[in-house]
Design a protein around this ligand. Structure first.
Ligand SMILES: *Cc1c(COP(=O)(O)O)cnc(C)c1O
Length: 361
């Protein structure tokens, strides 16, 4: 059997505790949801948390909470999971893609400035992604957002537990969104959350994900049902208590691969710029002979993943969006992720490190 690229673990006895937590509580939108929202917001150093049905609905609701809608433009990265851009489109707004920095593969602040210029300054928000768990260049992005008087949103779906200049992701912009899909750093099965310090935004998000409800049968806006279940929230609260440990193991595994790849002639390791604390949601190398590397790892029974083989602006669904993003295109041809998750055992980590080191193109 090969070493899987993701392997979420709930832990011995976890489900028993979850049943105890939700027994007698409302299964939908009950106290376990409120408890998880408060705990997760607190972890991020934020005052408000609104749990959602998944990360995509968190992004959608966050944008709506910022009153992004038809006719608006949101600058974002073309090198992410498609949900990042879909959330913009689902609000009726348009994405403007700014290319990535080839070293970090996160959105390049200079490209953001250029994209805003191309739009004649008519841009309504910046949506940055902390790709693979590495925080984006938030100081510069915040400066650009402030100069333009627009909000900065974090898509932190891959970055729970990462930090930037000592501050946790989720606290770095105006609003942040997380996903709790099973492959993410922590899971609720399906789930997500929006965190913010802005109580007006929080209130709009909370109403939007709950039928636009202000009272039991009072609806001031048209909303969705994007709520998290109480069972998901109970799992999430347990997972949150283990998040720092999970991230530490990811970082230890990553360090073993870094050592194996030091001075490798054809495979470059991911970087962790000073001031960032990478959560290593993925350990993603770059290699111009990616297909050969992938085959070599498969021969060593190591599963790999390509995140993402097609930049969003090259997807048919975004054929109408013009974008100049050569670095994203180059990255899409070169990236390869190897298993780095906390359920790997020592010998698996060693096997992956040895396989990486032993690749000859
Ligand atoms: C997973 C992910 C999402 C979407 O989250 P879901 O819970 O799968 O809807 C959005 N953005 C990024 C960067 C992701 O990795």
């Amino acid at each position: 059997m090969s070493i899987p690229i993701a392997s979420p673990e709930l832990g011995i006895g976890a489900l028993g505790d979850v049943i105890e937590t939700v027994e007698g509580a409302r299964l939908a939108d009950g106290p376990p949801v409120r408890a998880f929202e408060a705990a997760f917001a607190d972890y991020c150093g934020r005052t408000h948390g609104i749990a959602t049905s998944n990360g995509t609905t968190a992004l959608h609701a966050a944008l709506r909470g910022l009153e992004i809608g038809p006719g608006d433009t949101v600058v974002t990265t073309p090198f992410s999971f498609v949900a990042t851009a879909n959330a913009i489109r689902l609000c009726g707004a348009d994405p403007a893609f700014a290319d990535v920095d080839p070293r970090t593969l996160n959105i390049d602040p200079d490209a953001v400035r250029a994209a805003i210029e191309v739009c004649d300054g008519d841009v309504d928000a910046i949506l940055a992604v902390h790709l693979y768990g590495l925080p984006a260049e938030m100081d510069e992005l915040r400066e650009i957002a402030e100069e333009n008087g627009i909000p900065l949103i974090e898509d932190a779906a891959q970055a729970h537990g990462a930090s930037y200049r000592g501050d946790p992701v989720g606290s770095l912009g105006d609003v942040a969104c997380f996903s709790f899909y099973p492959t993410k750093n922590i899971t609720t099965g399906e789930g997500g959350i929006v965190v913010t310090d802005d109580s007006e935004v929080a209130d709009r998000v909370a109403r939007f994900i709950n039928h636009g409800r202000s009272g039991r049968y009072d609806h001031d806006i048209v909303g969705h049902n994007f709520r998290l279940t109480s069972i998901g929230a109970a799992i999430g609260s347990q997972q949150l208590r283990r998040l720092d440990d999970f991230v530490e193991i990811r970082r230890r595994n990553a360090a073993a691969y870094d050592r194996a790849l030091a001075d490798h002639p054809s495979v470059s390791a991911p970087i962790e710029p000073s001031g960032t604390h990478h959560a290593y949601h993925q350990y993603t190398v770059q290699c111009s002979a990616r297909a050969a590397l992938q085959e070599h790892l498969a021969d060593a029974d190591v599963d790999t993943g390509v995140y993402y083989p097609t930049p969003i602006h090259r997807q048919p669904a975004y054929a109408d969006v013009e974008a100049d993003a050569p670095e994203a295109e180059r990255a899409a041809d070169r990236v390869l992720s190897v298993p780095v998750h906390p359920t790997l055992n020592r010998s698996e980590v060693r096997a992956i490190a040895d396989a990486l080191a032993g690749f000859e193109p």
